[in-house]
Ligand binder design. Structure first.
Ligand SMILES: *Cc1c(COP(=O)(O)O)cnc(C)c1O
Length: 964
């Protein structure tokens, strides 16, 4: 830790992070009728769960000192040239994209695009991503990203199993697959009773009875084989072919679609996204048209708005886990939107010819490297390859590795072989250094003259790709800069207004927290470098794990899960491992309250558990009698309860300890969904009041920005008895941080999306224990203030016995629907006219709005929001009074666009200005929604998920001209 300067008022980060000033806090306490924050907390949380000691997290650092500390940590990481491959490659992030997307809050603070009207910019960027994936893979539909390539492989396996519906429950995996992919597949298959057969597809698939197979293309060793015959064999069996493909290679070699594959998966990392010691990066998945309705993750589709103009929105299966719950086959919620946007922009920047030129150069360098190695007596074992060579080196291995290390180069180290994967950043000097490591002084130009390319003719890519205008029109930096600016201007992110989303905790993502992750010392590390090169990272992991353990009251923490849902999955696997270790494999029942987030039942189903739903009572609390009855009924088979605390209804239930006790008495474990930890940090700790395991959404409570729908991190904390069942990783042997772990592998990289852990780390570093507690108290004050201001206008649905809500509240406009026809949608869309993102809609109670202000919103902004809600209530009153019918009201026509106000005809029963400028501030600082209300039904009936080919644009342009 650096020397700490005493923090003066001007440099007190806690004051910057927290929105309301001390005077505001006093005024708000008066509004809610509490004498002090202490009194409010006493009325909000049950006394039985309060912690009496302050959190022991050290004294906080000022922003400059925190950055000095990060510089010191960075100096303990060493940036080598990593040619390890295995799914991670060096890449050059164009600086214009780095500064204007990765480092731009207009992009990184946006929420998941559930409100399409205010999300057209990122939806278009994601549509470009899907188009790029469809074109490069030669398949019909792609989703808007998955968490990483290994989990994408597991999702593909599950998709194949569901689609094929064969009796056989075996899946074949090419032995030339990345080890971490295989580990994640094994972890996913085992609890579901599926077996994994690993072998050589050319010789061993024929005899295997399987529902599908995964082929790595090119292989993990670099070998490039023609999979056509294998795919034909699979299809003869009625099984599906999944190809794990390298996107850069696909610019030159035949696409999975051309080869006959049904599904393609992989990573978009090498399209401009820094390796970041493991992430975040966008995993991708594409599939044949016939599989589109079961594709996991979110899919952006084209629909029309209320004016009949094209508009994007998320397609139907977007909230699959919320709709299908325990019948869902995937739990994916947060994905990797920001990284998908970067990868798509990388393709926009380079265009198809630029991408192919990069690929050709990488291949040329590889062919030259191979020719030189042959001269030195080291012929690669794979004769056809794209960018990766594997060389048998026998006993010379350690000497070569030592010389490569002296050249600051990392190779992939096998038992008696070495792997070398080249990339966009590889120079002739790197290749010459590699030859030196193998014992020879060769000249690049001289060797290249005689080197021949080795891409097999049978695998030459045919046909165009990325011919759409997006990948053609923005090649100059000026054009690209304006394109990115145009898209972000269409969107409403946290840099413009409060995003009051219940359960999503859209708080400040401070600039200081965001700085270090793009430093090369954090961004440029391959996840599998020798640990000695990542000392800075490991020092940070150890401290962060200890801090999160202190905050939650748990004994051990795993940083591997790269989303909240993955944390649930990892936590339930730990519970499962624990029961198995005690000889109780029959404990498979998971009790889940009806109000739970959809990922809960989906994660339970993925670990092979059977979900039993527990009722909620009229106060929104878990019905303890029902829980007791169900725990008794299933006592012998009880595995766990999954409970969210404070509840998804935004209330600290009084009976949480009883619930934990009941489940423990029947031999079950308590999984406490920690997504709502923002209401607890510094006040109560799940580990103290009976929970055994929780995930924490670092992209909610701990300041990682939402990125428009990812990245996120969902580390889990566990009590000591579950620690042996935390996730492990093949790259770390059996042990992760020196502990033996039997919980399988849930992410491609050992520490998930490691680079963004810097954000949460700096947040805790600058807040300290007292600052974090203060943040929680203000989050609760802000929520109670909103609840009390809105109560006379919209009833607040649930409060505790003393009339308090936790860090969020649900307001209930359903009675107004009965009297006026105004829907929750109308209110959400009308808020756009006032310049606000809607609260969470219809979760957990259909037809209601859940509002979470967080501690970072000032009283002024919260008042502006409450004023908007109250004004909307008055507009509803005008419908009640008969001024206009709901169909003709500004609520139903919302959001209002420029198109609306400037139309020649105006026949509505309210003035244009009332439609567009409902709030006093909106005349000067108006957010103009680019599209009218989006028609979801139309979009789902006519699913369009990638840019049409260029000919259709001409048609569309004709159509648009005709319509004008
Ligand atoms: C956000 C959330 C999750 C899921 O987290 P992801 O990171 O989106 O996978 C789970 N439970 C609750 C209560 C949440 O709010």
């Amino acid at each position: 830790m650096p020397n700490r300067r005493p923090i003066d008022e001007a440099h007190d980060f806690v004051r910057r992070h927290i929105g309301p000033s001390p005077q505001d806090i006093d005024a708000m306490l008066a509004t809610v009728g509490a004498d002090s924050l202490d009194q409010l907390m006493a009325e909000t949380l049950p006394d039985s769960i309060r912690i009496k000691q302050p959190l022991s997290l050290g004294t906080p650092l000022s922003e400059p000192d925190a950055l000095t500390h990060m510089t010191e940590l960075a100096a303990k990481n060493q940036v080598f040239t990593s040619l390890i491959g295995q799914g991670y490659s060096g890449t050059i992030l164009p600086t214009v994209i780095q500064r204007n997307i990765l480092e731009n809050p207009a992009w990184y603070t946006a929420y998941t695009p559930y409100q399409p009207e205010i999300s057209q910019g990122r939806l278009e960027a994601l549509f470009n991503f899907q188009t790029m994936i469809c074109d490069l893979t030669g398949l019909d539909v792609a989703n808007a990203s998955l968490l990483d390539d290994a989990t994408a492989a597991a999702e593909a396996m599950a998709l194949a199993e569901r689609a094929v519906a064969k009796k056989t429950k075996a899946f074949f995996v090419d032995r030339d697959t990345h080890p971490q992919t295989l580990a994640v597949l094994r972890t996913r298959a085992e609890p579901l009773g599926w077996s994994i057969i690993v072998g050589d597809p050319d010789t061993e698939l024929e005899a295997a009875d399987v529902f599908g197979a995964l082929l790595q293309y090119p292989g993990s060793s670099g070998a490039l084989r023609d999979p056509r015959a294998v795919i034909a064999t699979l299809h003869k069996k009625g099984a599906l072919a999944v190809i794990a493909a390298d996107l850069l290679a696909l610019t030159l070699i035949a696409s999975p679609g051309e080869l006959g594959a049904d599904i393609a998966i992989g990573s978009a990392q090498r399209f401009g996204v820094p390796m970041g010691y493991g992430g975040p990066h966008a995993g991708y998945m594409a599939a044949r048209d016939s599989l589109k309705r079961s594709l996991p993750g979110r899919i952006v589709g084209l629909s029309i708005d209320s004016h009949g103009q094209p508009a994007y929105r998320l397609a139907l299966q977007t909230r699959e886990q919320h709709i299908r719950r325990e019948k869902a086959t995937s739990n994916i919620c947060t994905a990797q939107v920001l990284l998908a946007v970067i990868a798509a922009m990388y393709a926009v920047y380079h265009g198809p010819d630029g991408l192919a030129a990069i690929a050709r150069r990488v291949h040329r360098r590889t062919a030259t490297l191979a020719a030189g190695l042959k001269q030195l007596g080291f012929a690669p074992i794979n004769e056809t390859y794209f960018d990766t060579l594997t060389i048998e080196v026998g006993s010379k291995r350690d000497a070569i590795v030592a010389r490569a290390e002296a050249e600051k180069i990392n190779l992939r180290i096998g038992a008696s072989s070495l792997g070398i994967a080249l990339d966009e950043t590889t120079t002739p000097a790197t290749v010459e250094a590699l030859w030196r490591a193998f014992g020879g002084e060769l000249n690049y130009a001289a060797v290249e003259r005689d080197a021949t390319d080795t891409l097999p003719a049978s695998l030459t890519r045919t046909g165009d790709y990325l011919t759409q205008p997006a990948f053609q029109d923005y090649r100059s930096e000026t054009e690209l800069l304006r394109y990115m600016r145009k898209l972000s201007d269409r969107d409403l992110a946290l840099d413009r207004a409060m995003i009051p989303l219940g359960s999503c905790t859209m708080k400040l993502n401070a600039t200081t927290e965001m700085m270090p992750l793009t430093w090369p010392a954090f961004g440029s590390l391959h996840p599998f470098v020798p640990r000695a090169q990542a000392q800075g990272y490991h020092e940070m992991f150890a401290r962060l794990e200890a801090w999160l353990a202190e905050i939650t009251g748990y004994d051990a923490v795993s940083l591997q899960p790269n989303s909240g849902a993955q944390g649930e999955y990892a936590g339930l696997l730990a519970i499962r491992g624990y029961h198995l270790s005690r000889g109780e494999p029959h404990r498979r029942i998971c009790l889940i309250p009806s109000s739970a987030h959809g990922t809960n039942p989906a994660s339970a189903a993925m670990t092979g558990m059977d979900v039993v739903v527990v009722a909620c009572n009229s106060h929104g609390d878990v019905d303890v009698d029902d829980l007791r009855a169900k725990a008794e009924k299933h006592s012998a088979e009880l595995a766990a309860v999954m409970i969210t605390y404070p509840s998804t209804h935004g209330v600290f239930e009084e009976h949480i300890r009883d619930i934990c006790d009941i489940v423990h008495a029947h031999g079950g474990q308590v999984y406490l969904d920690g997504a709502n930890l923002n209401a607890q940090v510094g006040l109560s700790r799940p580990g103290d009041y009976g929970a055994d395991v929780s995930h924490l959404n670092l992209h909610k409570t701990f300041c990682i920005p939402h990125g428009g729908g990812g990245p996120g991190m969902g580390p889990i904390g566990v009590k000591a008895h579950l620690a042996p069942f935390l996730p492990g990783h093949p790259a770390e042997g059996e042990a992760l941080n020196g502990v033996l772990h039997g919980g399988g592998t849930v992410s491609a990289a050992p520490y998930g999306s490691a680079s963004i852990l810097t954000i949460s780390y700096i947040y805790i570093l600058m807040m300290g224990g007292a600052g974090l507690k203060r943040a929680t108290e203000i989050a609760i004050l802000n929520a109670n203030y909103i609840a009390d201001r809105l109560q006379p206008h919209f009833p607040v649905l649930y409060r505790n016995l003393r009339g308090r809500v936790a860090h969020e509240c649900i307001v209930d406009p359903r009675p107004l629907k009965t009297t006026t026809g105004v829907t929750v949608d109308d209110i959400a869309k009308r808020l756009i006219d006032y310049g606000f993102h809607a609260p969470t809609m219809s979760f957990p109670v259909p037809g209601t709005l859940m509002i979470e202000p967080t501690e970072s919103e000032s009283k002024a902004e919260i008042d502006r929001f409450c004023d908007a809600m109250i004004a909307i209530r008055q507009e509803i009153a005008q419908i009640e009074d008969g001024r206009f019918k709901v169909e003709a009201s500004p609520l139903r026509f919302a959001p209002h666009t420029v198109h609306d106000v400037t139309s020649a005809e105006w026949t509505r029963p309210y003035p244009r200005t009332e439609g567009c400028f409902p709030a006093p501030h909106s005349r000067t600082d108006k957010y103009w929604c680019p599209v009218g209300r989006v028609d979801n039904v139309y979009g789902d009936r006519n699913l369009v998920c990638s840019c049409p080919p260029i000919e259709d644009y001409a048609l569309a342009a004709d159509y648009a001209r005709a319509a004008e």
